[in-house]
Design a protein around this ligand. Structure first.
Ligand SMILES: [Mn+2]
Length: 309
């Protein structure tokens, strides 16, 4: 009888120990869906596109701009150019708008979204200086680990506020780059035209899905003049602003991007920089790409922002 009791106790302790081992030491990590490196769409109907620079959680300004542009007309696709979260007061509201309007709103992943998604996957490691290797972000063509010094406790906090369901849906819906092919653009002599949306920058010779570098297209400001795979957020010997690679080209492509609040609105021959520093009290800017008389024309719209940083 006494032996049965001991056996029972040993069994209970063993089961508890196994549970502890599973939950604490070997718990299955958090996961996210594989993200698209590139989404490509070809426009056949007369869809209007509205590209919006870095919203940074400035939801009131974003809502005002969307109202001004009447984006709920049933024929408009809004494209958020990344960094729609962090800095401003309403990151969660901005993400909820996006997830409630997935039929009419597309999104590019910026460095801030990637930092938050990475913080979600690595929350325990970031908190405890865990010895395990980082869990990378999975893309259709590659894996990506952001620069760890960029991932801050505020990213862990925002990841927790957004929660795993929203983050998984964001990962599923957004992409690192988006190509929109339109029949023609006014002012271009090319037979067709493609708008490429990325968050930070794009080299003209590295645009196939396999050569798109997630770190580069979400963070770059400068590029090596000769070797375009070397990029940086800051100036270095032999570097130039990436958009200057595009200036001399006669091309059927236009690059639309955000990320460079310091430079501000930057409309050039083949590139359109739309980050006009909304969170710092600047403006929130949209590029409207509008079907008109069998071609497409561009217009710039903006609203003034409160100062939050
Ligand atoms: Mn950015």
């Amino acid at each position: 009888m006494a032996r049965d009791w001991r056996l029972y106790l040993v069994s209970v302790v063993s089961v508890l120990f196994l549970c502890y081992t599973y939950v604490v030491l070997a718990s299955p990590g958090r996961t996210l869906p594989v993200m698209h490196t590139l989404h490509s769409i070809a426009t056949e109907t007369a869809t209007r596109y509205v590209f919006v620079g870095d919203v940074h959680g400035m939801f009131d300004e974003f809502e005002q701009l969307m109202r001004d542009l009447n984006v709920d007309d049933g024929s408009t696709q809004v494209v958020l150019l990344g960094d729609f979260v962090s800095k401003g007061p309403d990151s969660v509201k901005t993400v909820d708008y996006l997830l409630e309007n997935t039929n009419s709103t597309r999104c590019i992943l910026g460095n801030h979204e990637l930092d938050v998604l990475f913080a979600h996957l690595n929350a325990h490691r970031l908190a405890r200086h865990h010895p395990d290797p980082w869990v990378p972000l999975e893309f259709t063509t590659t894996q990506y680990v952001p620069d760890n010094s960029d991932v801050k406790s505020r990213d862990v906090t925002l990841a927790a506020a957004l929660g795993s369901d929203r983050l998984a849906r964001l990962a599923q819906h957004c992409s690192a780059a988006l190509e929109i092919r339109i029949p023609s653009r006014r002012g271009s002599h090319h037979a067709s035209h493609a708008y490429w949306a990325v968050h930070a920058g794009l080299a003209p010779d590295l645009m196939s899905p396999d050569t798109l570098d997630i770190g580069a297209i979400t963070t770059m400001k400068y590029v090596n003049r000769h070797n375009h795979t070397q990029t940086s957020k800051t100036k270095f010997r032999g570097s130039t602003r990436w958009y200057k690679l595009w200036d001399p080209l006669d091309t059927d492509k236009t690059v639309v991007y955000g990320h460079d609040a310091k430079k501000g609105l930057n409309i050039r021959k083949n590139t359109r920089g739309l980050d006009s520093a909304c969170a710092a009290g600047g403006k929130l800017t949209a590029l409207e790409l509008k079907p008109e008389a069998n071609t497409y024309v561009e217009r710039i719209h903006s609203v003034t922002c409160r100062q939050m940083i």
